[in-house]
Design a protein around this ligand. Sequence first.
Ligand code: G1P
Length: 290
Amino acid sequence: MRVRKAVFPVGGLGTRFLPATKALPKEMLPIVDKPLIQYAVEEAHAAGIEEFIFVTGRGKTAIEDHFDYSYELEDLLSSRNKIEALEALRAVVPGAGQVAYTRQQEPLGLGHAVWCARNLVGDEPFAVLLADDLIMSEKPCLQQMVEAAGETGGNMVAVMDVPREHTSRYGILDVGSDDGRLAEVRGLVEKPEPAAAPSTLSVIGRYILTPEVFDHLGKKHLGAGGEIQLTDAMAKMVGSGPFHGLRFEGTRFDCGDKLGFLQATIAFGMARDDLRTGLGDYLSKIVKDL
Ligand code: G1P
């Protein structure tokens, strides 16, 4: 199975980060010095993705500009001989024709956003990455999934165990056979209350999906929160082919949440050679003063 295309739903309003996201797409918020969306695109690239499909919305043009050449900036950097910065800037830009944008015209849910990409994806398996979920790992999470899906075939979601009181924030798996790494998906429920959750194994924003998902999304069935849910369309595919949850190796940060965002900033800052000492000294100082 070859996964060549990835869909990035980036139409969300980012209300949890207002006022920062009033004029700035939430996916452009930086962790250290890189926007969230760039982490996701780099992860996809590392997993062999060749076509990057963004489902955007109003007020998201900064994302298009980010993945484009910036003539003025490049000219300035090269005239000042800032070669390293110039190379870093160029590395962000996918090749000509490898990026496509389409708009989700109404905020009808994640499932609807993915459905908006159906003509760009066509009839082949594809990945979906939610930039809010930032994963720090040795091997990029999507690459782990592409390799695992190479063995299993079919659909795959990244999963992790969460405390039972948090099940209402996630898509939750009903688990069949489970070898501790790969869990067979027997059902899926979007954001169940803890008492109703079939397990505590939660979907994290990385998916490898077969194109049949578009048939189910096209029915525009409204689910949790009155939205067209990707989880519901995936649930309809259970039983029609292999479907697994992969417990990926790595640490996931929920950057759609303020605390998760701050934790990611610290973790990614501490992983940087140029920041570790300064940030570490500061952290130990404020911890001592607590
Ligand atoms: C979405 C999905 C949910 C998934 C989550 C992962 O929810 O609908 O199934 O578990 O992403 O982050 P959202 O966070 O957009 O509400």
